[in-house]
Design a protein around this ligand. Structure first.
Ligand SMILES: Nc1ncnc2c1ncn2[C@@H]1O[C@H](COP(=O)(O)OP(=O)(O)OP(=O)(O)O)[C@@H](O)[C@H]1O
Length: 262
């Protein structure tokens, strides 16, 4: 039988992230100055930049955790930091976040951690939410036997997978990943990259990923945005950035730990 494709809602046709003229300062420390960035639907975007270039501040601004000094951030066509709490909650329900440390609730089990957004944002009963949580666990490649373990009983890779399952608990369309492979061994990191790529494809996700991991950039990113000089100096596929003449980008790809052959 032919599968019916459900057309997206009007707002889902908007670019999921549009940032224009963003400024962020802390006292005299200007972190972002006139920063523009658009993330297209279905794109896996890697964000790179030197330490202190403002990647985390940018993520926090987009997540609504840190009001920018000035400028506009639109998620799914809605301007952040204005409008009703209800609208903000609707947008939050469409986004999932995987923080670098995993940020699991230490007093909750794996399943309860994944259930947490469902208990907050949906009317599912605990029983129903647990059933969905088990499904999300298997999507994230976790054994169901881990459902009742505490975070302290998990390996680093299992913590990441639990955090990913929780980020996807509400069928998010936009996934934010902060250094998803940090702390994983190379084999675990490659497996996690593959998982993200596969889930992004099958769930039609747009992914915004901060990473220092060159392997991840090459393996899964459609495009890369480079933060330097207080704004996005270049955005494009890795093949384009390898040829960039910007000093930081050139050093990144051609320096001692870069991938481009001399
Ligand atoms: N809450 C804050 N108050 C004051 N300054 C801040 C605050 N948050 C970030 N900063 C400053 O903003 C700048 C950018 O920090 P940010 O954490 O975004 O960098 P980053 O690119 O994520 O760095 P890294 O790769 O090292 O994590 C830094 O100079 C930092 O000191």
């Amino acid at each position: 039988m032919k599968r019916q494709v459900v057309p997206p809602l009007k707002e889902e046709c908007e670019d999921p992230i549009v940032i224009t003229g963003l400024n962020n300062s802390f006292g005299s420390n200007v972190v972002h100055e006139n920063l523009d960035l658009t993330v297209k639907r279905g794109e896996i975007l890697g964000i790179v930049g030197g330490s202190g270039s403002g990647k985390t501040v940018l993520l926090r601004s987009i997540l609504g955790l840190q009001k920018p000094t000035s400028g506009d951030i639109h998620l799914f066509g809605h301007r952040l930091y204005e409008g009703s709490d209800e609208k903000t909650r609707q947008i939050q329900a469409k986004t999932g976040v995987l923080f670098q440390s995993g940020a699991l609730f230490s007093t909750l089990t794996v399943a309860e951690n994944i259930m947490a957004p469902m208990m907050e944002f949906t009317r599912l009963s605990r029983r129903e939410a647990r059933a969905v949580a088990l499904l999300k666990m298997s999507m994230a490649g976790l054994p169901l036997t881990a459902a009742d373990l505490a975070p302290s009983e998990l390996s680093g890779g299992m913590i990441k997978r639990t955090a990913l399952a929780r980020a996807l608990a509400l069928d998010a369309q936009l996934l934010f990943l902060d250094e998803p492979t940090a702390g994983l061994d190379p084999i675990g990191a490659a497996a996690f990259d593959t998982l993200i790529r596969e889930l992004a494809g099958s769930l039609d996700l747009t992914v915004f990923m901060i990473t220092h991991d060159l392997d991840s950039l090459y393996a899964i990113c459609d495009e890369i945005a480079v933060l330097a000089d207080r704004h996005v100096v270049e955005k494009g596929p890795v093949s384009q950035l390898e040829k960039s003449s910007h000093p930081w980008i050139h050093q990144y790809f051609h320096g001692p730990r870069g991938r481009v052959k001399k």
